[in-house]
Design a protein around this ligand. Structure first.
Ligand code: SAM
Ligand code: TMP
Ligand code: ZN
Length: 403
């Protein structure tokens, strides 16, 4: 049943039994690893693309949640720019107030805090929330939902901006979120969120954007319909060139702001591209199977030739690739990653060991699977010595390729 409108969800791809994408294990934890059925479908009623099974939120977002947003220089720059834009355009009143849902390590709010602007981050994952606090950010270690939003309205007053990056798509309880936004948002305030864009996922075959945390794959049509259902208007959309292609949605109270032409234009483009039709997703499923087959064939061939293959970027995305394609440490011996909380642990499901990115050094392996393909430029610029030593990168989206 659709999490937004209660309609029928037609499943279009089943990845089977999958682990939690951000649970990096100690050897003794393997035995008790949690699995669920990762399958995705589209709602007949409102076209929202969503997972069919839900993982309880406390299993994913807790004290040890390892992902740190500030691990990428490009993303740090993106969020600093985002904060500056809010300061210039929306936070111009006498005593403005901004709330961020899923502020993580403070990557966006630290710029707001340094500018002396009243703010609050909501972050249920205690470890990363503490990093934000150490950076001068005011954080409430909590989930954003109707009850927490109502409490914040009572203690801090209305918010001019409610912002979320790569977090709204993690939250199945969209009804409670919108009731919370209704309670907290100022009459002419904006609710702005950005997430991986369904249009880019389908076009670039980035099937690894589908995992436990990514409950919704948003499109302009599905977000516009959802906003209306909860008493809001989608007033602007903007495509963003980060994380493989995202859209930033700006939502306001119904009738409060004019709707930009970009909304209808992108919504219309989605209809032309078949993004609300089942057949498009059947084609997507065929591509996923072809890509996985091709990647595994390549890794097996390299292994038979005695080549050394490793991975780079122990991304949440890589859990779907390794576990759906059946890639273990026989095919990819180790994955290098810069995140402290992932180092020395085992990848979810595949149990490939994770090592510090600093250990990626001479003598280099022959091939590296770039699991963090969305950070390709940044990582390749850091690791030029690998190619100079004759090494080659492997990518698997939009297709399997050695480069
Ligand atoms: N905004 C950062 C970024 O774009 O890099 C962090 C994104 S991270 C993938 C998602 C974050 O959302 C996690 O830190 C998680 O703990 C948090 N989160 C999940 N559910 C939440 C909720 N209901 N309210 C607030 N934060 C939530
Ligand atoms: P993400 O695709 O979800 O942002 O995750 C990126 C992962 O890649 C994260 O675990 C950090 C890692 N990473 C590196 O190891 N080195 C880098 O230079 C960058 C940008 C990311
Ligand atoms: Zn629906």
């Amino acid at each position: 049943m659709c999490r937004v409108c209660g309609g029928i969800v037609n499943e279009f791809f089943d990845f089977g039994r999958q682990p939690l994408s951000d649970t990096f294990l100690r050897p003794e934890e393997i035995e008790h690893e949690y699995f669920f059925r990762l399958a995705v479908g589209i709602c007949e009623g409102c076209s929202m693309v969503q997972l069919v099974e839900e993982v309880p939120r406390d299993r994913m977002f807790h004290e040890d949640y390892p992902y740190q947003s500030s691990g990428s220089a490009r993303m740090r720059a993106h969020f600093e720019q985002t904060a500056r834009k809010f300061i210039e355009t929306e936070l111009t009143g006498a005593d403005p107030f901004i709330v961020e849902i899923g502020c993580n390590d403070g990557v966006m709010l630290r710029t707001i805090g340094k500018a002396g602007i009243r703010h609050l981050g909501l972050e249920p994952s205690g470890g990363v929330a503490e990093l934000a606090r150490a950076d001068g950010v005011r954080v409430r270690t909590d989930f954003f939902e109707e009850s927490s939003a109502t409490a914040i309205r009572a203690s801090d007053g209305p918010a001019d901006v409610i912002y979320a990056a790569n977090t709204m798509c993690h939250i199945p309880y969209l009804d409670s979120i919108f009731r919370g936004v209704d309670a907290l948002l100022a009459p002419n305030g904006v609710f702005v969120f950005e997430d991986p864009y369904l249009g880019d996922i389908v076009e670039l075959n980035t099937f690894d954007q589908i995992y436990d945390e990514h409950f919704f794959l948003f499109s302009v049509n599905s977000v516009r319909t959802a906003a209306k259902r909860f008493g809001f208007d989608l007033v602007d959309v903007e495509r963003l060139p980060v994380h493989g292609g995202e859209v930033r949605y700006t939502i306001a109270r119904a009738g409060a702001r004019p709707v930009s032409a970009a909304v209808e234009s992108l919504a219309e483009e989605e209809h032309e591209r078949g993004l609300t039709e089942q057949s498009t997703f059947d084609r997507f499923g065929t591509d996923v199977k072809r890509i996985c087959g091709g990647l595994v064939d390549l890794l097996r061939k390299l292994r038979a030739e005695g080549k050394r293959v490793v991975g780079y970027g122990a991304t949440a995305k890589s859990a779907t690739v390794t576990n759906y394609c059946g890639i273990d440490s026989e095919l990819v011996e180790v994955v290098y990653d810069s995140t402290p909380a992932k180092n020395g642990r085992l990848m979810p499901g595949s149990h490939i060991p994770v090592k510090r990115a600093a250990e990626f050094a001479e003598p280099y392996p022959d091939y590296v699977v770039l699991f963090a393909w969305n950070h390709a430029e940044e990582i390749m610029a850091k690791e030029t010595a690998f190619r100079e030593a004759g090494g080659r990168w492997i990518r698997y989206v939009p297709d399997v390729e050695i480069f």
